[in-house]
Design a protein around this ligand. Structure first.
Ligand SMILES: Cc1cc2nc3c(=O)[nH]c(=O)nc-3n(C[C@H](O)[C@H](O)[C@H](O)COP(=O)(O)OP(=O)(O)OC[C@H]3O[C@@H](n4cnc5c(N)ncnc54)[C@H](O)[C@@H]3O)c2cc1C
Length: 366
């Protein structure tokens, strides 16, 4: 497995540093895993990708950087690999793999979050190209992105388009962030008669729904590789704390209420890693991951939140210090229950794949 030396990773701070931290990883070749050599990748597999993401998480402890890299990978690079034309791959992949261009995907709108069927952004075909109108929000990387994969309706058929920051009549804003994964940049996209050339349509007209599912399946499966690296640090830190802090002459960890919490944190982390391996193995075998990626995301995000609450509790008020990493991980974990589809949406996917749930209309009469 490839090992990275992240020692020169720029120090985290403002949005400028978010960009330079992203670029540092990209320049090291971090975006080329699980991509074939012919397409400009390292030619390794999803287990290798999982391993390097874990390494990065353990080193950087920055859920925002992990979110930013994953939005670029699953939101733009892999949709182009899976659905882009040869010309699109030749034109965009080299720049996306090297980090020469930063990207992400823009699905969510003010009136359409969990329900992608409610998306209202439109793309109208004209002689000169497509004209896009609409409003996207909560878009990871928008403030630093050169290009975004934007999903819009072409006569009610959801379709993907590549929109560049310097296209006419589009603004990628930089005016707010949510509290979780705060070091990832976030913004809105406002499209007001934005004209793009025909060659920027990715996949077929009406293929956007399938592309979103495919992108989110990968994002759900692998974003927790980096986050599990952070959880490894979280566990090690509370173990050390419990072995050093004394209360009434006893080490904290000797208290069974504390040591059982630590045992549960270990079990959650190991279970996440088993789920990740399962996703990676299925990808290597070129099998579907719809079910396992929803299970991984549901389990891992809930486990991340519970372990983050436990870690702060074990450390007492020290863990709640505003600047303490343990405290920020709680917010990161809450965000992880929402991005790439909330926990409720993962349960809907799992139950639908089992032939039950909200979409079930009863047995069809023969
Ligand atoms: C850190 C972060 C990064 C993000 N990055 C991106 C990005 O790069 N690109 C992008 O397009 N979007 C992004 N998002 C947006 C994210 O995809 C949405 O927040 C998510 O899909 C939920 O949509 P919503 O916030 O509008 O909530 P809503 O859809 O309004 O849901 C509100 C609540 O209702 C529940 N709910 C909704 N529908 C159902 C249902 N059918 N059954 C049961 N419960 C339901 C939800 O689980 C949730 O608890 C990001 C979000 C966060 C927090």
């Amino acid at each position: 497995m490839m090992r990275y030396d992240f020692n020169d990773l720029p120090v985290a701070g403002d949005k400028k540093s978010s960009r330079s931290r992203f670029l540092y990883c990209a320049n090291s070749g971090f975006l080329r895993h699980a991509v074939t050599v012919q397409q400009g990748g390292h030619g390794d597999d999803f287990l290798a990708l999982m391993s390097v993401h874990q390494q990065l998480g353990q080193y950087c402890l920055d859920s925002g950087l992990i979110l930013s890299l994953n939005a670029h990978l699953w939101g733009a690079i892999f949709p182009l690999i899976n659905y882009g034309s040869d010309a699109q791959q030749q034109r965009w992949l080299p720049r996306l793999l090297s980090g020469d261009m930063i990207a992400g995907h823009a699905i969510t709108e003010p009136l359409a979050g969990s329900d992608i069927n409610a998306l209202t952004t439109t793309a109208t075909l004209t002689k000169k190209g497509f004209v896009l109108n609409g409003h996207k929000r909560f878009i990871t990387n928008a403030p630093i992105a050169d290009m975004l994969m934007i999903y819009a309706q072409v006569e009610h058929k959801l379709t993907a388009f590549l929109v560049k920051r310097d296209d006419a009549n589009v603004v990628f804003t930089d005016d707010y962030s949510v509290d979780g994964c705060a070091l990832a940049t976030m913004g809105e996209v406002v499209l007001d008669n934005c004209l793009i050339p025909l060659g920027r349509q990715v996949g077929r007209i009406g293929g956007g729904g399938m592309m979103i599912q495919s992108a989110l399946e990968l994002e759900r499966a692998f974003i927790f590789a980096g986050l599990s690296g952070i959880m490894e640090w979280q566990l090690k830190t509370v173990i050390s704390y419990s072995r050093e802090r004394q209360i009434k002459g006893q080490f904290l960890g000797q208290n069974q209420a504390i040591s059982h919490k630590i045992a549960e944190m270990k079990l959650r982390l190991d279970t996440i890693n088993l789920w990740l391996r399962e996703c990676a193995t299925l990808k290597i075998q070129k099998k579907r991951i719809s079910l396992v990626s929803a299970e991984t995301k549901l389990y891992a995000s809930e486990a991340f939140l519970q372990s983050s609450l436990d870690a702060v509790h074990i450390m007492g008020a020290a863990g709640l210090l505003e600047t303490h990493k343990m405290n920020t991980l709680i917010q990161d974990a809450v965000a992880s229950r929402l991005f790439s589809g909330s926990s409720e949406i993962q349960k809907n996917i799992i139950s639908a794949l089992l032939g039950t749930g909200e979409g079930y209309k009863g047995k069809q009469k023969k």
